[in-house]
Design a protein around this ligand. Structure first.
Ligand SMILES: Nc1ncnc2c1ncn2[C@@H]1O[C@H](COP(=O)(O)OP(=O)(O)OP(=O)(O)O)[C@@H](O)[C@H]1O
Length: 265
C-alpha cells in the first residue's frame, strides 16, 4: 500500500504529490506566454466509488486545471495519477477518456444541431444509427429537452440552453467518471434542481464517481457527498459534506476572492 493511501487499498482515482505548471500546457493550450509558474502544488487525493465530489476554491485556485489533469488534457510536471491503481501514463488516452469524461466550462455545440450534439459522444463510441436514435429519445426525455430544440444549432439557443445540451452530451455517454466544470454557471434554479436529479439518477444507474468544480457552493451542499477545497493551487480541506460549516466556507471563499481581486486591481 502506498504510504499516502490511508483509506483503502483500492481506489478509483488517485493523485500522488501531483504538481502542474503553466509550462505543462501544450503551446496551443497556453493562454499567455509569461514565465512558467505553478498552478497546482503537491496534490494528493483519492476518490472511491459512489461519491459526488465538489471542488471549490476562489477564481484561479486551480479547479479547472485539476479536472483537465484528471481527463488527461494535460500531464503533471511531477507526481502521478492513478486510474484503478494503474498509472495514467500507462493507459492509452483514448481508453482513459472512454471512462473519464469531462463536460467543459464553455458550452459549445461544435457546429451541430442539438440532436447530433446529444448523441455525439455515443457516436464516437461506435453506436449504430438505430442505437443513437433510441438514445436520443431516451436522453431527451430524461433531461426534458423540448422537441423544438432538437433541430436548432448553437446560434438558436440561449447560453443556459447550450449549457444544458452540453451536459446532456456528457451524461448520455454514462461514463464511469463524470467531470463537470461549472455546470450550473448559466442555469436557473429550475435547471439546477433538474441537474441534481439527473446526477443522482446517473449515480444509481451507471456512473460511479462524479466531480464538480463550482462556485455554486449552496447547490454543491445539496448534491455532493464530499467537498475538496483548493487555495492557490494547494489542497487545504477535504471533508464529508455533513462535516462542513457552509457559512464559514462561504465567508472564506469570499475573503479569498476579494484578496485576489485586490491584488489584480
Ligand atoms: N491554459 C492556460 N494557460 C496559462 N495559464 C493557465 C491556463 N489554464 C489555467 N491557467 C492558470 O492557472 C491558474 C488556475 O486556473 P484554473 O482555470 O484552473 O482556475 P479555476 O479555479 O478553475 O478558476 P475559475 O473559478 O475562474 O474557473 C490561473 O492562474 C490561470 O491563469
Amino acid at each position: 500500500m502506498r504510504e499516502w493511501c490511508v483509506k483503502s487499498e483500492w481506489m478509483m482515482i488517485g493523485l500522488e504529490q501531483v504538481g502542474l505548471t503553466t509550462a505543462d500546457f501544450k503551446p496551443v493550450q497556453l493562454r499567455s506566454k509569461s514565465i512558467s509558474r505553478p498552478i497546482l502544488q503537491d496534490i494528493s487525493l483519492q476518490f472511491d466509488d459512489q461519491q459526488i465530489v465538489g471542488i471549490v476554491g476562489a477564481t484561479g485556485a486551480g479547479k479547472t486545471s485539476l479536472l483537465k489533469l484528471l481527463n488527461r488534457l494535460v500531464d503533471p510536471s511531477h507526481g502521478q495519477l492513478y486510474w484503478q491503481d494503474q498509472p495514467y501514463s500507462q493507459i492509452p488516452v483514448s481508453q482513459l477518456r472512454k471512462q473519464i469524461l469531462l463536460v467543459p466550462q464553455e458550452p459549445k455545440l461544435l457546429d451541430m444541431t442539438v440532436a447530433a450534439a446529444i448523441v455525439y459522444g455515443l457516436k464516437l463510441r461506435g453506436q449504430s444509427e438505430s442505437q443513437l436514435q433510441t438514445a436520443l429519445s431516451q436522453w431527451s426525455e430524461r433531461l426534458q429537452i423540448p422537441p423544438d430544440w432538437l433541430t436548432k444549432s448553437e446560434a438558436g439557443l440561449s447560453l443556459g440552453q447550450r449549457q444544458w445540451v452540453t451536459i446532456a452530451r456528457g451524461v448520455a455517454c454514462e461514463p464511469t467518471v463524470l467531470l463537470l466544470d461549472e455546470p450550473t454557471a448559466h442555469l436557473d434554479q429550475d435547471y439546477t434542481e433538474r441537474l441534481k436529479n439527473v446526477l443522482q439518477r446517473l449515480m444509481s444507474r451507471s456512473t460511479r464517481l462524479i466531480m464538480i468544480a463550482s462556485h455554486d457552493w449552496q447547490w454543491l451542499e445539496k448534491v455532493c457527498d464530499r467537498v475538496v477545497y483548493l487555495q492557490a493551487g494547494r489542497l487545504t480541506h477535504d471533508h464529508a459534506v455533513q462535516d462542513i460549516d457552509w457559512a464559514a466556507l462561504g465567508q472564506e471563499l469570499q475573503a479569498e476572492s476579494k484578496a485576489i481581486a485586490d491584488e489584480w486591481a
